[in-house]
Design a protein. Sequence first.
Length: 376
Amino acid sequence: MNSQEDVNQYRPSVISISFDALEHNIRTIKELVKPALLAIPIKANAYGHGILPLARKLSDLDVDMFCVATVEEALLLRENGITTSIFLLSEPPRDAIEPCYQADVTFTVYTTGTIDMLASVATSNKPAHVHLKVDTGMNRVGMEPQDTLDFIQRIIGHKTLFFEGLYTHFATAEDAEHPLCDIQLERFEHVLEVVESAGLTPPLIHAANSGAALRLATTRFSMVRVGLSTYGVYPHPSYAELIDLRLVLSLTTKISFVKNAYVGETISYGARYEVKKDTRIATLPLGYGDGVPRNLGLLGGSVIVQGSRCPVVGAVTMDQMMIDVGDLPVSVGDKVTLLGTDGDITISPVEWADLLGTISYEILCALGERLDRSYD
């Protein structure tokens, strides 16, 4: 099944999504975090995996809620028949409140203006569901902890609003050595104590992303928001000892050209790679226009060909990239794995991220729409 109707039928560069791996991850995560409910972020095209196919499959797997970043993502899901609860992770623009309300989107709120405007749009027969976000140290969006009770009173004072949730977001949950996660958790627990003492605790309390949900049971509360791990990527290598996850995404292509290269010749733009010994160079028909980082080869990246690692050489160009295949008996049309497993070798988004000094989220989200996605 393809997500694009033959748009890329002539391109051999394909992202393959394993629904078996996805189902394994969901089942394993549910078992670990129970009885907490499971919310899955599918923002940014489901971290590059394809928002609609993933939403449909995850709905079949009975996840409790989808988290999205934009109004467009929320409305796209509803327009395509997704009935699972959809949670907007930030306040929407004011002119988007009405369409989000009509689409039964669950709102994040953290300003009085949005609360009051949402209340004026909603009706008592169909109250808008809201989650109040508390900023405990991320310093991105959210209200101040000391203002929590005032905000809750404002919400419940509107008969057209349903105070469904209270939450925060950790900035350093993947890093077991960083003290901020414990500080944020302490601040949030204090907020919860104040709210509970006032008898205003909502049905849903949530704080944990993948990094916290898998490592810290005390952060799970009544719901967790597990994005990266859903897709089989560990927030930190040490997490492999805590849970068995399977990589959902692979990226493959086929060799489009092979030529000899000789000592002293240079490869690609900028002549930044010089051939050190006579070899064979294979060209692959994808590049940074598809989300393969331009400096991948210059920083030590490799691909898998015939069960062996082959280095990426020279700068990745917009539409093509080159690899050194040495003495391997390769031909045009041979399969190449950029991300995923071939034989005994696995290249994960984490490997690329470590080479490039970034995070696996960025690697996945950069995989472009020019790449066809297949689902099995």
